[in-house]
Design a protein around this ligand. Structure first.
Ligand code: FES
Length: 326
């Protein structure tokens, strides 16, 4: 089978990149890694790529194929072929390129270090060992299967605009320690993870990390679980919880979102620097005709007709949740 590849090339430390075209003849079951190794071994020895296990275990062959992060050793070339179009191969995103398809993973590992990736326990040593129930281990074991390939880090759109975001892989790792009963710093961890800048509340729930993860870790789900655990532990003084409360409050009060109150209630009424920092965004919305009073909606929102029904449903749902939590 003839495979056409368009591979991004970049020299170390260079900000410029280009694409090289290759055509290789591969058997039907060949992976993207097989095709790239064929290129490197027989066509172009200067092509740099990283791999080790060739069995989807080590995570080192992660790269972007046709615009999405994947493990090259797990991705069949035939599945990526698209008619006459070549298969586009690029390095992972959100990390500096070392050379060609090799990226500097320090960006990722620095974030993993930030979440204190070990169990902390200052209590007395048990006589034999700390015992953990089977159910608890099952809960954290999914996060334990992460191979740290960086695919979710590569394709996270929040990291693209905010490098302080801790990111899906490190949050999934954090969940493993927050959920471990041997750790006695759970609340401190949850407070740290709920930080205003770059914390769990900055995730936009786009689901991209879930889609690209080759091990079905579902990092976004772990982030949502961390949010639930933070709220349950009383870690509520942060923009995320205030935003949720403001959103829910406006739905109950008006039956719709009250954009005018959402921002000040989320960042805090007296957080003047933060409110001022949003002015450029408000100006752009104004110029695009997107501010509420520029639309058919009146400036001061009134409750929608039938608001009582919305409030009844809202209260019913909240009571149900309280009952479930007992
Ligand atoms: S080479 Fe190890 S995961 Fe692909």
């Amino acid at each position: 089978m003839e495979i056409r590849l368009k591979v991004r090339r970049q020299e170390a430390q260079s900000e410029y990149s280009s694409y090289s075209d290759y055509t290789v003849d591969m058997p039907e079951g060949a992976t993207m890694l097989d095709a790239l190794l064929q290129v490197r071994d027989y066509d172009d020895g200067s092509l740099a790529l990283r791999y080790s296990c060739r069995s989807s275990i080590c995570g080192s062959c992660a790269m972007r194929v046709n615009g999405r992060a994947r493990l090259a050793c797990k991705t069949k070339a035939v599945d990526m072929a698209n008619g006459d179009e070549p298969i586009v191969v690029e390095p992972l995103g959100n990390m500096p390129v070392v050379k060609d398809l090799v990226t500097d993973m320090d960006v990722h590992w620095d974030k993993v270090r930030q979440i204190t990736p070990w169990v902390e326990n200052s209590g007395p040593e048990p006589e034999r060992e700390h015992l953990v129930t089977h159910e608890v281990m099952l809960d954290v074991s999914n996060a334990l299967s992460c191979i740290q390939c960086g695919a979710c880090v590569s394709d996270c759109p929040v990291l693209e605009v905010d490098t302080s975001f801790i990111g899906p892989a490190a949050f999934a790792k954090a969940y493993r320690f927050v959920g471990d009963p041997r750790d006695d710093t759970t609340k401190e961890r949850l407070q740290g993870l709920s930080a205003t800048q770059g914390g769990i509340w900055d995730c936009t729930r786009c689901n991209m990390c879930v889609e690209v993860c080759p091990k079905d870790i579902r990092p976004m789900d772990r982030i949502m679980q961390l949010r639930e655990k933070a709220v349950a532990a009383g870690v509520k003084e942060n923009i995320g919880v205030r935003h949720g409360n403001s959103f829910a409050g406006s739905v109950r009060r008006l039956g719709r979102l009250d954009e005018i109150r959402l921002l000040p209630e989320s960042v805090g009424m007296f957080n003047v620097p933060r409110l001022l920092s949003e002015l450029p965004g408000a100006w752009r919305l104004f110029r695009a005709g997107k501010l509420p009073w520029q639309s058919a909606i009146p400036f001061m929102h009134k409750p929608i007709p039938g608001i009582k029904h919305v409030q009844r449903l809202y209260d019913q749902a909240r009571n149900q949740k309280k009952e479930q939590a007992k």
